[in-house]
Ligand binder design. Structure first.
Ligand SMILES: *Cc1c(COP(=O)(O)O)cnc(C)c1O
Length: 349
């Protein structure tokens, strides 16, 4: 693969304020690009970050063939850099690509792309508390053609942006019983752009009613919890971590999977099963202490302070001694190298 020599510290980096990061606004200096033509991925390269040109007829602009991943790299205390759970993200990327009839990316291409980009832009990941490097691999259909068809040409690109571990204020959520994010047989398990576009409207409606976010329920009956916005949803009742099974309409989150492993390791019981609205309402009515939170790569966990179920507000536990914070601290410790990586999740570059 053609790659550029590492240049002197860029002026964008010189000007960048790591104490005031607005997520996703500042790309690092480089981008990885490969193109799919004549049935194969070609010409993988690292370039200076810059806009790319696309025909206005490019299929991705019209019919939604776009797929992405959201990953993170961390600088550990000894200075080494690791990309977290590379293999699991790689596999999910290909699952999403397959669902959208897009060409798979082979392991070498994916690993080389991320490793070389993170290496060349490693100054964007300083040894500073709470800073990580968010990595966004994506594939878009680029064939210029207005006829509805599966594209024969694609771009696979990877960009990065520095990120600070913000502590999300506990959120007020509404259980959505009208609109649907994903249905059985649909694309809910794929990380594709269309899922996000379709979720904006119901989320915006909920915001107008004073909520921060919606909790999605199953498409058929709207009585079982599925996801928390664009995060997976989890409950803690007594010493039990409960989350819906990842399936057709629920994304197989990497953070979800990591927290399940850590919980088992901490001696918690783990249940992957349907969670009904009634179960939650009844537990609150019985004055049970329940923790409810979303989990995902960007924020790790997002505690819920208030959950509206058919017009009634319930208040999950989210004090600093809540179990969910113990789980997220452990996950953070592993990523930063403060806690031994017993599961083999860190991929050093
Ligand atoms: C990305 C995503 C998640 C979280 O997955 P992670 O791998 O933990 O980041 C959950 N739900 C949806 C719909 C997502 O797009």
């Amino acid at each position: 693969m053609k790659t550029l020599e590492k240049e002197p510290r860029s002026s964008a980096l010189e000007r960048f304020d790591f104490d005031r990061i607005e997520f996703g606004k500042q790309p690092t200096d480089h981008i990885f690009i490969a193109e799919f033509r004549d049935g194969t991925w070609q010409d993988p390269r690292i370039e200076k970050f810059q806009p790319f040109t696309l025909s206005p007829l490019a299929l991705c602009l019209h019919y939604g063939q776009t797929v992405f991943e959201g990953m993170k790299a961390f600088r550990q205390q000894d200075g080494r850099i690791q990309i977290f759970r590379m293999e699991k993200h790689f596999n999910r990327f290909n699952k999403s690509l397959d669902r959208l009839c897009m060409p798979l990316v082979d392991r070498d291409l994916f690993y080389n792309a991320l490793e070389s980009l993170v290496r060349i832009d490693q100054d964007w990941l300083p040894d500073k508390d709470g800073i990580s490097l968010y990595i966004r691999p994506f594939v878009i259909a680029t064939e210029p053609r207005l006829g509805v068809k599966i594209s024969d040409e694609y771009i696979f690109a990877v960009v990065c942006t520095p990120m600070s571990s913000y502590f999300d204020k506990p959120v007020k959520v509404k259980v959505e019983t009208r609109y649907t994010r994903a249905a059985p047989g649909g694309t809910g398990y794929a990380k594709c752009g269309g899922n996000y576009g379709a979720a904006f409207y119901p989320t915006q409606k909920a915001r107008e009613e004073g909520y921060d976010q919606v909790i999605w329920t199953d498409a058929k009956t709207h009585t079982y919890l599925e996801e928390a916005g664009m995060m997976n949803i989890m409950l803690i009742r007594s010493n039990k971590l409960i989350t819906p099974l990842a399936g057709d309409s629920i994304l197989d989150g990497v953070t979800r999977d990591s927290l399940l492993h850590i919980a088992r390791d901490q001696g918690m019981e783990v249940e992957e099963r349907p969670i009904s609205i009634t179960e939650i309402a009844e537990a609150f009515s019985a004055r049970e202490q329940i923790e409810i939170f979303g989990c995902g790569t960007a924020a790790v966990i997002s505690p819920i302070r208030s959950i509206g179920i058919e017009g009634v507000e319930y208040f999950p536990y989210h004090e600093p001694d809540a179990r969910m914070f113990r789980l997220s601290r452990e996950l953070d410790g592993i990523r930063k190298g403060a806690i031994a990586d017993k599961f083999g999740w860190c991929h050093f570059v």
